[in-house]
Design a protein around this ligand. Structure first.
Ligand code: ADP
Ligand code: ZN
Ligand code: ZN
Length: 800
């Protein structure tokens, strides 16, 4: 009997986005399964493909044969194959792109696949396998001959874990050693100085008598090397050499022995509702709105515990930047070795190892960044998405999926809940919760009724009228001086340097807005015009403020470096660390600068949003936002929402320890609702106000958006494609759909290609997915001819 495999081949182009039939030779037919990868002849080349079906007939007269199977067991199960097909349809990408996104990078890299005998099982292996290995413990997969019997036996040995698979990469580090310390068991007295005493207490509290690498102490506890050395010299710590062959993420400690916390009344109420849903066999989505420090993570842990007791599995997604070793440890303390970690800081080999733990069902919990949503569990009981409003959950390259949507799709398939958590939920999620599509849970108070920090706004217009032209208000400067003198620390946030600038009146705060789109107009120096990047509206830049007639008009977008120089002049005695794209370009620079700050090498940390998260230093008692306006007036309909989220997050940075914290927000429009409601920690009022704005201007959650970008070496060709696409869309979509553009993109040129964009706003367009696919494959074909590029981004996060 003939056997054929239907294979999606790795050629991302319109003409090949369907399965091709290949013959499966006898030797391979016995082991081949749906979801495995195979090497197949395609034109003159041999390419990788995914087997999506195995059948006994083909309509083709001539079929080529599969050359090789690349996997021993399937890498994608039927659920993930179906998910890939759905993702390709919904996000407008090729199926192969969707499949590739779901497997570990090691499988895509030029890695050598090895198989190794588990020594304790060696004598139980079939003779043919024993003969293949001979004396060797490990051999390359490529060396396995195409012998049907051997292939089948290897597969079952892998399934029974008598043989393990791994990927060997060139970059795989050999055993490394590091200096470590332990607390000797005979220490009785206490270190003499306060600093040494604190350090010693911190180490013994965190690590007890276990050994810990000095680097880990410096990174995780922000300790200084000098103090550790002194403690070693005085006999309070013992130094030794240890072998570290693992990453801090995968080797995060925790034996699963930690007891559950006794929940507060609020937490118990939330957990009870959650458990009720967990026990019901149906897909559902819940949104947990809880202020920072309200004990959301404890709830995740206890809900997961329930899921595990039912023999099911759980996925926890956290933004990359919050996925610190401490975070992982929190899970390992509760669930021990039952946790796999998927993080981009792991080497590709390590990530494969973690993925394999999930695939072989050796763990029940996966903690990771965005792509962990594809963890190949087969009996999911819960998916948690922490900080669900974070824009990093949307992938900004193909496939442009949002982890939340993937989680919801899987939850329906597995009949289990998705739990979204945030202190500042996205407008979309909260609106769905308000409508009852998601189930809303809330935790309004911090644990132990700890107060939220006091936030003060400073009106920069008033400062200017009083003659202060600096970017620092008198209030902020006084407080910075005070902290510097007291030896306390402060963080200052400046929005990412704007490549696009807006024009603001410094006297009254007026900013030119597009009359059609409710977004700020962007200043184009070249022709002195103000332009709207959504619809193309243009007007001449004004010399007098249209609102108050003042001539104090300024183009915004001050760089961090200039601010640093100014601050140094104003406070010569302060030590400042600057963190922005320039100072953190080199690998490891980010961690190094944070470490220096943690060690107390500076009083002031000045940086872009990249420092808003994960900063957790007890000595920070002041957080300042230099110009809330730069964020508020980005040409993006989410600018207000992002401002509210950032300000809330910043205020969570100050005063996390005993010392009370203060927050200062400088703005030219302190009366703006995003600033006002952040100041009073009032999410709900912000939500209501913002929802009204969105409704009026026609944005999500009332309308859907799709952004189509065209790029080409000449401006005219890119615009022509845009004009053509806009016409086609107008003809094909209903009267309610609004098509804006084409208009030059905010970043008008990247890598010598001019870019322009069209935006579609729509509510109810049943045909739109099909129309977008047509457009995509049409230009995909053209692309080969004249290098025109098209990107389609549904529910876009970025409009650049
Ligand atoms: P969130 O995730 O909402 O920011 P966490 O879960 O991190 O909040 O909780 C904040 C702090 O309160 C943590 O240090 C946590 O260990 C502690 N905590 C949480 N729940 C309880 C509880 N029921 N009793 C005592 N402490 C708790
Ligand atoms: Zn004005
Ligand atoms: Zn406009």
């Amino acid at each position: 009997m003939n056997v054929y495999a239907k294979i999606i081949v790795d050629v991302p182009s319109g003409g090949t986005d369907h399965p091709f039939d290949y013959h499966l030779p006898d030797a391979l037919a016995q082991t081949a399964s749906i979801g495995m990868r195979a090497l197949v002849p395609f034109g003159q080349r041999k390419l990788t493909g995914f087997i999506v079906d195995i059948v006994s007939e083909t309509n083709l007269e001539k079929v080529k044969s599969v050359a090789e199977l690349l996997d021993i067991t399937p890498v994608l199960n039927e659920e993930l194959l179906a998910l890939g097909a759905w993702m390709s349809k919904e996000t407008i990408c090729f199926q192969i792109t969707a499949f590739q996104a779901m497997i570990p990078a090691a499988m895509r890299a030029k890695a050598v696949k090895k198989i190794a005998v588990v020594e304790s099982e060696r004598s139980d292996l079939p003779m043919n396998i024993q003969a293949f290995f001979g004396q060797a413990g490990e051999r390359s997969w490529a060396d396995v001959p195409g012998d049907a019997r051997l292939l089948r036996d290897i597969r079952s040995a892998v399934e029974q874990r008598q043989i393990t698979e791994r990927y060997e990469l060139k970059d795989r580090a050999k055993h490394r050693t590091a200096k470590a310390v332990t607390v000797p068991s005979d220490v009785e007295e206490k270190p003499a100085t306060k600093k040494q005493h604190e350090t010693f207490a911190l180490i013994s509290d965190h690590y007890g008598k276990t050994e810990v690498a000095i680097q880990t102490l410096i990174h995780q506890l922000s300790l200084s090397r000098a103090v550790i050395n002194t403690l070693v010299k005085n006999g309070f710590l013992q130094e030794k050499e240890i072998v570290i062959d693992r990453n801090p993420y995968t080797s995060a400690e925790g034996d699963g022995s930690e007891e559950k916390a006794t929940l507060t009344v609020g937490q118990s109420r939330v957990l009870a509702q959650l458990e009720e849903t967990i026990d019901q066999p149906q897909g559902s989505t819940m949104l947990l709105h809880g202020v920072t420090g309200s004990g959301k993570t404890e709830i995740y842990l206890q809900a997961i515990d329930r899921v595990l007791k039912q023999g099911k599995e759980a996925i926890v997604l956290v933004p990359e930047i919050s996925l610190t070793p401490q975070m992982v440890e929190r899970f390992k303390r509760r669930f021990g070795a039952n946790v796999a970690v998927l993080h981009s800081a792991l080497s590709v080999g390590e990530r494969f190892d973690e993925w394999k733990k999930i695939q072989e069902q050796r763990v029940q919990v996966a903690v990771g960044a965005r792509s962990a949503v594809f963890a190949p569990f087969t009996n999911l009981g819960l998916v948690v998405i922490d900080e669900e409003h974070e824009s990093t959950y949307k992938q900004e390259e193909h496939p442009r999926y949002h982890a939340r949507e993937i989680a919801i799709w899987r939850s329906e398939r597995h009949c289990c809940p998705v739990l979204l958590g945030s202190a500042t939920p996205s407008m979309e999620s909260y609106a769905r919760a308000a409508k009852g599509v998601y189930h809303l849970l809330s935790l309004p108070d911090r644990i132990n009724q700890q107060p939220l920090p006091a936030i003060e706004t400073v009106d920069m217009r008033a400062e200017m009228r009083e003659g202060n032209r600096s970017v620092f208000s008198t209030t902020l400067l006084d407080k910075l001086r005070d902290r510097t003198e007291k030896g306390e620390q402060a963080v200052l946030f400046l929005n990412r340097r704007g490549f696009s600038t807006f024009v603001m009146c410094r006297n009254c705060g007026y900013v030119g807005m597009c009359p059609h789109c409710e977004i700020s107009l962007t200043f184009h120096r070249r022709d002195s015009q103000l332009k709207c990047h959504y619809c193309g509206h243009e007007e001449r830049v004004y010399e007098r403020c249209p609102s108050c007639e003042s001539t104090h008009i300024r183009f915004f977008g001050t760089g961090t470096q200039r601010v640093e120089e100014e601050l140094q002049q104003l406070l010569p005695e302060a030590r400042i660390i600057r963190m922005d794209n320039d100072t953190t370009k080199r690998k490891g620079a980010h961690e190094r600068l944070l470490k220096q700050f943690g060690n107390g090498d500076a009083e002031i940390l000045l940086g872009t949003q990249m420092i808003a998260k994960g900063l957790d230093f007890p000595n920070i008692t002041l957080a300042g936002v230099l110009a809330a306006d730069t964020l508020l007036h980005l040409p993006d309909f989410r600018a207000q929402e992002r401002t509210f989220q950032l300000l809330t997050q910043v205020s969570g940075r100050a005063g996390r320890a005993e010392k009370a914290g203060e927050v200062i927000i400088q703005s030219y429009t302190p009366e703006h609702y995003a600033i006002q409601h952040a100041q009073t920690h009032d999410y709900l009022s912000f939500f209501k106000k913002e929802l009204g704005q969105r409704k009026q201007a026609g944005y999500p959650p009332y309308y859907f958006l799709t952004l189509i970008t065209f790029a080409h070496a000449t401006y005219a060709t890119a615009m022509k494609a845009g004009t053509h696409a806009a016409k086609l869309l107008r003809a094909r979509l209903g009267d309610d759909a609004v098509i804006l553009g084409p208009t030059p993109s905010p970043i008008a040129r990247i890598k010598d290609r001019y870019r322009c964009q069209c935006m579609i706003k729509y509510r109810d367009e049943p045909e739109i997915t099909d129309v977008l696919h047509e457009l995509f494959s049409y230009y995909q074909k053209e692309l080969q001819q004249d290098q025109r590029f098209i990107t389609i981004d549904r529910d876009p996060n970025m409009f650049m």
